[in-house]
Design a protein around this ligand. Structure first.
Ligand code: BG6
Length: 512
């Protein structure tokens, strides 16, 4: 039976052993991410017995809050958002080690108080603790937090030892190449790269890690995984939801920054990278960066490699929903894209000439994240006598979410006295194979940060390489305003301009 403890994915790509005694400081302790993701992740790690025996939590936020109040609201968040119903026996020991500290992110004295509190926790614990800082604030205060961590001495604490301070940085990591570089410089001013853990939560998803396992733990894929056999690769990160209450944020971001430049590119890097020499963080990230570096600059303008669109009123989930321009917090005549698609070419030996199509959008027909490898069409000559001369191309599709699994599309014979061929699907489903209680992305990522494993985090050069590719597109779009922005009805599969991107190469989007 797959009890949570024995679940094979809990061990992931590397076994977690010896999580060091840790004090976790969450900056942005009263924020949405802390409530929805971080606290439930901690609870579930505790339930799986994966937190270090000596574990302390400090919530750091701007508003004053007594310790008890923070503990109560943390318990309420866990009750609301945890994948498991909370039990006192698991939560109470964490609560007993939970503190709250109020202070401004640019207030040096608050960081001195933080350091003193950590010193005091160490004294009481009677042992040295690792400090793990989780920056889960709006990006405007990333810099002052980093600087203050430097000034108060926490950034350099125990550097050179296994208990060196580590810092997790939430997205967005910059909004273009210049700002990402600036942020990297601010980081490098106070931390060594191996102390830094830039989050892309897609890397924490089980199915994304399974992609690496499928590619490198099976012998049958590698011989086919190249331009000789692959016709095109399609990556879809589709959402059914609109911008909801996040209009203000989204207006500053748009789909390319919010989804394509980060999450979708991570899927591409894992799909296209060469086998690393080991599953060590640097070996894996070196290979990912090489793929990103090999991508040909995008051609801009009409007929180019990048298209964008905005949703208009339509039917979503059986309900009539407003268009983007009528959502709350959206500027009149906004040119922010809610859909983006690109055609990329990875100019290296393995992939030369194979188009990679990436698309993402809000208010699409349904929520689905999928990586589809479409192989070249088999020659149909043998079956020329039948009416199925045009055989369907074999397709291997990784369903990252929600219906997690993998399908292979093959051609099969329909039973009968004549030869009639039909595409058939073979499927490996996660839930039927492993049960449905899989860990959330943040559980894996928080645990990896505690043990100091950076494999599933973005390295500084990786972030910059991706921004280098997309910054010219963002600049061109900003200069063009609404000119060239297409429209698609909410609840559809996206705009016509995205179909044209593929049609130019004789391809069409897969219906996920
Ligand atoms: C976030 C984006 O990074 O990812 C959101 O800011 C998006 O706009 C979310 O909805 C999607 O994440 P998931 O895990 O639900 O696919």
């Amino acid at each position: 039976m797959n009890t949570p403890e024995r679940h094979p994915f809990l061990q992931g790509l590397s076994r977690h052993r010896g999580a060091p005694p840790t004090v976790l400081v969450i900056f942005g302790a009263s924020g949405d991410l802390t409530a929805r993701k971080l606290l439930p992740a901690l609870y579930n790690l505790a339930a799986d017995n994966l937190l270090p025996a000596d574990f302390h939590l400090i919530g750091f936020g701007r508003s004053p809050l007594p310790d008890d109040e923070f503990r109560r609201s943390a318990a309420a968040s866990i009750r609301e958002f945890s994948r498991r119903a909370p039990e006192d026996g698991i939560w109470n020991p964490i609560a007993a080690h939970t503190r709250y500290l109020a202070g401004g992110y640019d207030e040096a004295a608050a960081f001195t108080r933080l350091r003193e509190l950590i010193d005091e926790l160490e004294r009481v614990a009677g042992r040295e603790l690792q400090t793990l800082c989780y920056i889960s604030t709006p990006p405007t205060v990333f810099r002052p937090i980093l600087e203050n961590l430097g000034t108060c001495g926490l950034a350099a604490r125990r550097r050179g030892t296994a208990l060196a301070t580590k810092v997790v940085i939430e997205k967005p990591f910059g909004r273009d190449l210049a700002s990402a570089r600036e942020l990297n410089r601010a980081i490098a001013g106070v931390l060594e790269e191996r102390q830094v853990f830039r989050i892309d939560h897609y890397l924490g998803k089980e199915t994304v890690q399974d992609l690496l396992v499928q590619r490198f733990a099976n012998a049958i894929f590698e011989p086919l995984w190249n331009r000789n056999y692959v016709d095109c690769v399609q990556l879809t990160v589709a959402e059914e939801v609109g911008v909801g209450t996040r209009g203000g944020y989204y207006e500053q971001s748009g789909c390319l920054r919010d989804m394509l430049q980060n999450h979708t590119m991570q899927l591409l890097a894992l799909t296209a990278m060469e086998p690393p020499v080991s599953l060590d963080a640097e070996a894996v990230r070196d290979e990912k960066v090489k793929v990103l570096q090999a991508i040909r600059p995008l051609r801009l303008g009409p007929g180019g490699d990048a298209v964008r669109a905005q949703y208009t009123e339509g039917l979503s989930g059986g309900k009539r929903v407003p268009g983007y321009l009528a959502e709350n917090g959206i500027r009149p005549g906004s040119a922010t894209e809610t859909y983006a698609a690109v055609r990329l070419f990875v100019d290296n030996w393995r992939w030369a000439g194979v188009p990679f199509y990436l698309r993402s959008g809000k208010r699409l027909a349904r929520r689905v994240t999928e990586i589809a490898i479409r192989f070249k069409r088999p020659p149909g000559a043998l079956f020329a006598g039948s009416d199925q001369y045009d055989l369907a191309p074999n397709t291997l599709a990784f369903q990252i979410q929600p219906d997690e699994g993998m399908t292979v599309l093959l051609n099969g014979k329909i039973p009968g006295l004549e030869t009639r061929i039909q595409p058939v699907k073979m499927r490996y489903g996660y839930h039927t194979t492993f049960g449905s209680n899989t860990p959330e992305a943040y559980e894996r990522l928080v645990l990896d940060a505690i043990v100091g494993d950076g494999t599933l985090f973005i390295r500084g050069d990786e972030a910059e390489t991706s921004w280098r590719l997309y910054t010219p597109v963002l600049e061109a779009w900003a200069a063009a305003g609404r000119e060239g922005i297409d429209a698609y009805p909410a609840g559809s599969w996206g705009p016509a301009c995205a179909d044209a991107l593929l049609a130019a190469h004789g391809h069409e989007w897969r219906k996920p």
